[in-house]
Design a protein around this ligand. Structure first.
Ligand code: FE
Length: 219
């Protein structure tokens, strides 16, 4: 704890809040800053355009992907278009995925899909937001391909032996969206209620949607 004096003269302790500036920049942080500065200096992009792009990426969230999955559950023709081309199908719902190809992989009673980026952190950010920290961790990146069933068990997903497990390794040129199977007990649900049980992890393949999950929105 540190203490400092406020305008009213009294002193009280504050928890120490580390600043990013307290640590030296890593190589890639410095490289990023240098490239951004150059792009602006050379007039390739303006600082405002850069800011707006980052703001756009930061504003993306799993709710968009969940809407896409829920629509696919409701509408088989939409699901066919989604499996054909995620970017085009998402655009039908007003979601701009930014043009990087995303492939939808569908879970069935016989097949489960799991997504990883073994190299770094490639992820369909424009559709489901920023990846969780564990997705970028070395343990997940290496173990998801080596012992995927054990990894899934740690996430609380135990796959029956007769379910085939396919692990998809993302790249900068190809991201993946898991389309989970619609759980039993959801007949007659609204699209909104269905979307509410499609969590981020369901779309990575480390969780399964549950009809008994606590959910917001009417059923
Ligand atoms: Fe990557």
């Amino acid at each position: 704890m540190t203490a400092h004096t406020h305008g009213d003269g009294h002193q009280h302790p504050h928890p120490r809040q580390p600043d990013v500036e307290d640590r030296p920049l890593t190589y890639h942080m410095a490289l990023t800053a240098a490239v951004a500065e150059l792009l602006v200096a050379k007039g390739v992009v303006t600082a405002d355009e850069l800011r707006r792009t980052v703001e756009d990426i930061d504003s993306r969230h799993p709710g968009d992907g969940a809407r896409v999955v829920a629509r696919a559950w409701m509408d088989t023709a939409f699901k066919a278009r989604l499996l054909e081309d995620v970017n085009d199908a998402a655009a039908e719902l007003g979601i701009d995925c930014g043009g990087i190809p995303i492939r939808a992989v569908e879970n069935t009673r016989r097949l489960h899909n799991l997504v990883v980026c073994t190299l770094c952190s490639c992820y369909p950010r424009m559709l489901i937001g920023l990846p969780p920290d564990w997705y970028k961790a070395r343990a997940y990146r290496s173990r998801a391909v080596r012992e995927p069933r054990a990894v899934l068990r740690e996430f609380g997903v135990t796959l029956p032996d007769d379910v085939e497990l396919v692990v998809h390794d993302s790249t900068a040129d190809m991201r993946y969206l898991v389309v989970p199977a619609r759980p039993d007990g959801t007949d007659g649900w609204s699209e909104e209620a269905l979307a509410a049980i499609v969590t981020r992890d369901c779309m990575i393949g480390t969780a399964l949607p549950r009809s008994d999950a606590p959910r917001s929105g009417g059923g």
